[in-house]
Design a protein around this ligand. Structure first.
Ligand code: AMP
Ligand code: ZN
Ligand code: FE
Ligand code: FE
Length: 286
C-alpha cells in the first residue's frame, strides 16, 4: 500500500525538524505525498517543495489555522492552498499579532507561579518560527521545571491549566472562508480533540459544512479503531471528504513518526484523488 501523510509541522511553527529534514524523514518512512501544515504560517512551504522535488516526495502546500467555535478551539487544515494569494498575508499577520500579544502574558503568568523564565528564553528556542505553547514547554524543560512537553501542558499550559491565556482567534467562518478564498480545501483537524463542544459533533460538522468545510481528518495518530470508524461514517453521511495525517511535530511529540504516527497509523493514497479533484475543480472520477 502506498502511504501518505497529510498533517505535519516544521520549525516554521512548533515542529522540531526543518522542512528539508521533514521531507527526508517522509522519504525514509515510505511516504510518497506529504502535506506540510504549519500553524498560521506558510514559511516552510517553499523549502519543503524544493526538498520534495530533490528526493521524490510530492509536497502539498498546506496550513493549520486555529479558530474558536463558541468557547472551544478548533483547528482547520487547508490543503492545496495558494501561498501567494494576496488575501493570505494580512490574515497571517493578524494571527501572528494575537500570538505576540498572548505569549509574553503566558510567561508572565508562569513567573507569577514561581518559574524563573523570560520571554527571551522562549524566543531563543523558537528563533524565527511562529511561537507556540510547545516552545514555552521546551523553555520550561530547559530550566528544569518539567521533564517533558506533556508535563508542561498538564501542569501549566493546557486549556484548563493555571498558565493558560486564551488568544484572539478567528471565527470558523473566517478560517474556513480564508482557506476557500486562497483555493484550499478546508478540513477539520483531529476531531478527537473536540470533546469540550457542547453541541453534538454531527451538528457541529453540519454547521461547519454550511460555512464551507469540505472534509474531516477521520484518520489520525491518536484515534482508535472505533473513533476512526465513527468519524468516517459521519464524513460519509454528511458528504465530507475523509483525510488523514500524523500531526508530526518531532521532539514536541516523542514516539510519533511521519507516516506511521504511533505505529499503527495508515493513511492510504486512495484518499488523495478526491481531495485533488475538488482542489482542481475536476469531477471526482470515483
Ligand atoms: P498554540 O498554537 O500556542 O495554542 O499551541 C497549541 C499546540 O500545542 C497544539 O497545536 C499542539 O501542537 C500542542 N499541544 C496542545 N496540547 C498539548 C498537550 N497536552 N501536550 C503536548 N502538546 C500539546
Ligand atoms: Zn503544533
Ligand atoms: Fe492541531
Ligand atoms: Fe497540527
Amino acid at each position: 500500500m502506498v502511504r501518505i501523510d497529510l498533517h505535519t509541522h516544521t520549525t516554521a511553527s512548533d515542529g522540531s525538524l526543518a522542512p528539508e529534514e521533514l521531507v527526508q524523514m517522509a522519504k525514509q518512512q515510505g511516504v510518497t505525498t506529504l502535506a506540510v501544515t504549519d500553524h498560521d504560517t506558510i514559511a516552510g512551504l517553499s523549502r519543503a517543495r524544493v526538498a520534495g522535488e530533490q528526493v521524490g516526495v510530492d509536497v502539498i502546500p498546506g496550513i493549520e489555522i486555529s479558530c474558536l467555535y463558541g468557547d472551544v478551539e478548533l483547528h482547520i487544515l487547508g490543503y492545496f492552498i495558494n501561498p501567494d494569494d494576496p488575501h493570505l498575508a494580512p490574515a497571517l499577520t493578524r494571527y501572528w499579532a494575537s500570538r505576540e500579544d498572548r505569549n509574553p502574558r503566558i510567561v508572565q503568568r508562569l513567573q507569577e507561579l514561581g518559574c524563573d523564565l523570560s520571554y527571551a528564553d522562549v524566543k531563543a528556542i523558537a528563533g524565527s518560527a511562529t511561537v507556540g505553547r510547545p516552545h514555552i514547554a521546551q523553555a520550561l524543560i530547559r530550566k528544569g521545571y518539567v521533564k517533558s512537553v506533556s508535563e508542561a501542558f498538564d501542569r501549566y499550559l493546557a486549556d484548563d491549566a493555571p498558565a493558560y491565556i486564551p488568544r484572539l482567534l478567528p471565527s470558523p467562518a473566517e478560517a474556513i472562508g480564508l482557506i476557500r478564498q486562497i483555493g484550499g480545501i478546508p478540513v477539520l483537524a483531529h476531531p478527537v480533540y473536540t470533546s469540550r463542544l457542547k453541541e453534538p459533533f454531527e451538528q457541529v460538522c453540519a454547521t461547519l459544512k454550511g460555512l464551507g468545510l469540505l472534509g474531516i481528518e477521520a484518520i489520525y495518530s491518536s484515534h482508535n479503531r472505533q473513533q476512526t470508524d465513527r468519524y468516517r461514517s459521519i464524513s460519509r453521511n454528511q458528504g465530507l471528504l475523509v483525510t488523514g495525517g500524523s500531526d508530526f511535530h518531532g521532539e514536541a511529540k516523542p514516539n510519533l513518526l511521519v507516516g506511521t504516527g504511533y505505529g499503527n497509523l495508515v493513511v492510504s493514497s486512495d484518499l488523495l484523488e478526491p481531495i485533488r479533484a475538488l482542489a482542481t475543480g475536476r469531477p471526482d472520477p470515483s
